[in-house]
Design a binder for this molecule. Sequence first.
Ligand code: NAD
Length: 344
Amino acid sequence: MTAINFAVIGYGGMGSYHVHNIMPNENERIHVVGTYDISGERQKISSQYNHKIYNTLEDVLTDETIEALLIATPNDSHKELAIQALQAGKHVVCEKPVAMNVEELDAILKVAKETGKIFMVHQNRRWDPDFLITRELYKNHQIGELFQIETRVQGANGIPGDWRHELKHGGGMLLDWGVHLLDQLLFLVDSRIEKVSADLSYILGDEVDDGFITYIIFENGVRAIVEVGTTNYTKLPRWYLKGTKGTAIIYDWDLTGEMVIESGKQNIQAPRPVQAGVGLTKTMAPPSEEATETKNLPQGSAEYDPFYKNFYNVVREQAEPVVKNEEVRQVMVLIEEIFKAAKR
Ligand code: NAD
């Protein structure tokens, strides 16, 4: 097994996370030779570790020992860097969002095709344990057929950092977090999209969206509400899932949650009216005790390889990528549609 020699372009928050937290998990397959960053300060921090510090991009591109680059720079630089890397004969792992729009992605994919080099996008949240539970529920019907998916991330810290506030760098939450939630959704639901409506929020007064809500209707009848917020001082659950036989809730990344399912018992008493506020309701009364069962969430697991193991197999053994470029393109098409729907 010969490890793939990587150089990391952009040793910021995520670049350094790859170097120290993700790539070492595959150290038989992935070897970090060195890093390059335009910031002297980041170069200095990186130089504390046992790898090479490149002074220019040219030095990386002309280093024949380097087989692949990881691009972990702000979103507006992905296209140019990826094209230069592919043309220099390097394979590329690119951080999400792959590019600013579909046009930029198509330009990258054209060069990947011409050069025959591998281009793969790090859509890492396909391996998130909370997503894998949702995927298990979708595939194995523990709450019946899933027909409504609510997927949310909400924070109270505003938009982080510097470039994420600026349009020209591809800032904003739809491109930042939206791309993760939409990638998960399209990876999950095996159907085309019929309708999209959306609203972006500008509560913080930035030129980019600080959050959004989109409602997506798939041709197979599944409905999804996807929401990202950065001004939520208390938050809604990460996932709320309705199926034909039950409802599941996953509160957070700690995987707390439950599913409540029809018990299927015969001779169930009709729910009794309850006092609600100053009124009375039977419709909104809890179901009678024997009508439902509360269960633990199922376990979820990925039947596909971890990201860098898969990348290695794609490069060395022509394996199928877990994150396919056509899927990444579909997500970018959807993001463009959400921007348009919000304007409408
Ligand atoms: P960051 O600002 O922390 O780091 C970016 C680094 O890139 C900085 O050190 C900057 O100096 C450097 N840089 C900028 N332009 C460069 C260039 N042309 N060449 C070399 N270096 C350059 O940003 P970040 O949070 O690390 O985000 C970087 C990328 O990673 C973004 O695309 C972001 O969306 C993505 N990201 C992905 C995840 C994930 O979970 N997959 C999480 C965070 C960020």
